[in-house]
Design a protein around this ligand. Structure first.
Ligand code: ZN
Length: 301
């Protein structure tokens, strides 16, 4: 969306001023205030665009009356409308609270991702997420969780660095937000409420449970399971040599090796291939991982 891109550029301008810009606490505060305000505006646009889109895709007015479109069941349309509205309200309220927090100088715009984090993000997402617009914002003591609103990754107060695997998980949420708008928040929360967040099988983060529920395409997973899958590919994906007999030998695993191997395969000089074997059940999920990465990288920021 062109408007959204322009707003991103304005936010970027206020967050990363040219070096000759006179810096002091007041100008920094004003710049952060303006950047946060434009992010709020962008969130409002996504909110309304999401609702209009759901209505446009769900209903038609062929004879001057409201009809369901393409035989989509009413509860589907209702659910996506509900998720756009509730997700949008949560997101807009979150942005407003954050903005007011900056006004009273209780909160700020946190920090941008550093160079190594940027490298990690690009190695997975390529052109689909712009790392420059991401801000990592620690919240005061009352927050114990990591969560994403739009371009912000909120963290507990005492967190100074994020592990690469967790960073990838949170950036998947940023990608989901950019693809699906505010409804992502409702869908992620609904999955947490429905399946639980406890460390038991079948919880919201358990992507193998999503497969058992009949969801075989990555983007059909609930938002938490989808993010967890990419996180697990980062942690468990590997490089592998296949023998002529078809035997597999894992050469290096973890730390984004899977994504590194896909990136290498583009150059054509490849003796090894990426592989995703789950540590918990030793099953091969390479095809699913390839499908997910292809989907993510098919979009452009
Ligand atoms: Zn998550």
């Amino acid at each position: 969306m062109l408007v959204k891109k322009s707003i991103d550029r304005i936010v970027h301008y206020f967050l990363y001023p040219s070096s000759q810009y006179k810096q002091n606490r007041i100008t920094l505060w004003l710049r952060e205030l303006t950047a946060a305000l434009f992010n709020l505006l962008s969130c409002l646009i996504i909110f309304f665009a999401g609702i209009l889109d759901t209505i446009k895709n769900g209903f038609a007015w062929p004879y001057g009356f409201l009809y369901q479109k393409n035989g989509i069941p009413f509860y589907h349309v209702f659910y996506s409308l509900l998720s756009s509205i509730v997700g949008g309200l949560i997101s807009v309220t979150g942005h407003m609270i954050h903005w007011m927090g900056i006004v009273i100088r209780l909160l700020d715009m946190g920090r941008p991702v550093n160079e190594s984090e940027k490298e990690i993000i690009v190695s997975v997402f390529h052109q689909s997420v712009n790392p420059e617009i991401i801000r990592i914002i620690p919240l005061p003591f009352w927050n114990k969780h990591f969560f994403v609103l739009h371009n912000y990754i909120f963290t507990p107060s005492n967190v100074t660095s994020i592990s690469s695997a967790l960073l990838i998980h949170e950036v998947v949420h940023i990608w989901q937000f950019r693809q699906e708008g505010c409804s992502y928040i409702f869908n992620a929360l609904a999955a947490q409420i429905r399946y639980g967040i406890k460390n038991t099988s079948g919880n919201a983060y358990d992507w193998k449970a999503e497969l058992k529920r009949g969801k075989i395409i990555w983007q059909d997973f609930n938002k938490e399971a989808a993010a967890q899958f990419i996180e697990d590919v980062w942690k468990e994906g590997a490089s592998c040599i296949y023998s002529n007999k078809g035997d597999k030998t894992i050469t290096e695993a973890g730390n984004g090796k899977f994504f590194q191997m896909i990136n290498l395969s583009v150059t054509g000089i490849q003796h090894e291939l990426p592989i995703m074997i789950s540590k918990s059940n030793l099953q091969d999920y390479t095809a699913l991982a390839m499908q997910a990465v292809k989907k993510i990288r098919s979009t452009k920021y």
